[in-house]
Design a protein around this ligand. Structure first.
Ligand SMILES: NC(=O)C1=CN([C@@H]2O[C@H](COP(=O)(O)OP(=O)(O)OC[C@H]3O[C@@H](n4cnc5c(N)ncnc54)[C@H](OP(=O)(O)O)[C@@H]3O)[C@@H](O)[C@H]2O)C=CC1
Ligand SMILES: O=C(O)C(=O)[C@@H](O)[C@H](O)C(=O)CO
Length: 276
């Protein structure tokens, strides 16, 4: 079993430095995969209404028997933006999860064209006051959107989950997060596998350190101060992915990996992408 260290969020909650992505983990195999990850040491689980797997994630949580040790994340979809809609959306998520609290609740995408993310966020804060939500955060927010949320509500999100991998290192946004005490979470941290894991710079560092390319990439995330949430359905790969806290990359190695920057994986620009 791997021990995944924690950091403390701006609301005082201990938060793992690495978690499990669950997009595409569905059905009985999905439940098994989430249970295997928790048995290997994962404590942070990332779900969403739009992954259609909250039922599976909740069932896995109950099967592990350590519900209180876990941080279960879900996300408000674009079609549920707005104060009352978000309250109803959370009720649906709690029902499907079969839990009495969402530990980390995120706005999945800002959808600025419909312009309801501030009232959505206010509803999430109300849910937190009621004890139905633990930490409140966002996903795919730009620095300008974060500034607006903070200015209009006086509450800084605990987390911003964004696209982040060596092809898209997000230096400016990470600096904004560091300045405001927002924890960065990296989605698609392995760049959905793609050709990233065969990049020579990564393969060379892995060979020199006696670790795998995947471990080099995930260690890079943690040293940037971000929590990666790699998805794997395979118990052996889950362990490989979590076992990144026993070695350290040099500053030069971190910089060389960041040098792979070339842009987003797909057209997921929060200023224009609409996801309902
Ligand atoms: N907030 C947002 O808008 C978004 C959030 N997310 C979240 O981020 C999570 C992770 O991102 P995701 O897009 O899934 O992509 P990842 O970058 O985590 O890559 C997942 C892919 O890598 C493979 N893989 C995992 N570990 C290894 C390994 N050790 N060796 C080789 N291949 C490996 C997986 O296959 P296998 O399962 O077979 O191991 C899968 O094909 C999602 O599951 C979701 O929770 C993702 C996109 C957007
Ligand atoms: O997986 C998610 O959380 C998303 O927001 C989706 O947009 C997803 O990344 C996707 O598959 C888009 O092609």
């Amino acid at each position: 079993m791997v021990t995944i260290p924690t950091v403390t969020l701006n609301d005082g909650t201990p938060f793992p430095q690495l978690g499990l992505g669950t997009y595409k983990l569905t059905g009985p195999e999905g439940v098994d995969a989430v249970v295997a990850a928790v048995e290997s040491g994962y404590r942070l689980l990332d779900s969403a209404v739009n992954y259609r797997n909250e039922t599976e994630v909740g069932e896995a949580v109950r099967r592990t028997g350590i519900r209180e040790d876990l941080i279960v994340t879900t996300k408000v979809p674009g079609r549920d933006h707005g104060f009352d809609e978000t309250i109803r959306s959370a009720q649906g998520s709690l029902q499907r999860l079969g839990l009495d609290r969402i530990d980390l609740y995120l706005i999945h995408w800002p959808n600025p064209r419909i312009d309801k993310y501030v009232s959505t966020y206010r509803a999430m804060l109300a849910l937190r006051d009621e004890g139905k939500v633990g930490s409140v955060g966002v996903s795919n927010f730009t620095a300008a959107m974060l500034t607006r949320l903070i200015d209009e509500t006086g509450v800084t999100p605990a987390v911003n989950q964004v696209e982040l991998h060596p092809y898209f290192p997000q230096a400016h946004l990470r600096a904004f997060h560091a300045e405001h005490g927002i924890r960065t979470e990296s989605w698609s941290p392995l760049a959905r596998r793609s050709e990233l894991l065969t990049e020579p710079v990564i393969a060379d560092i892995a060979a020199a350190r006696g670790v795998t390319p995947t471990q080099v990439v995930l260690r890079w995330h943690t040293q940037l101060g971000s929590t990666p949430i790699p998805k794997s359905a395979d118990p052996a790969r889950q362990i490989e992915n979590a076992d990144v806290f026993g070695f350290e990359l040099s500053d030069d190695e971190v910089a060389a990996i960041s040098g792979l920057e070339r842009g987003r994986l797909w057209d997921g620009d929060p200023d224009t992408h609409e996801e309902m």
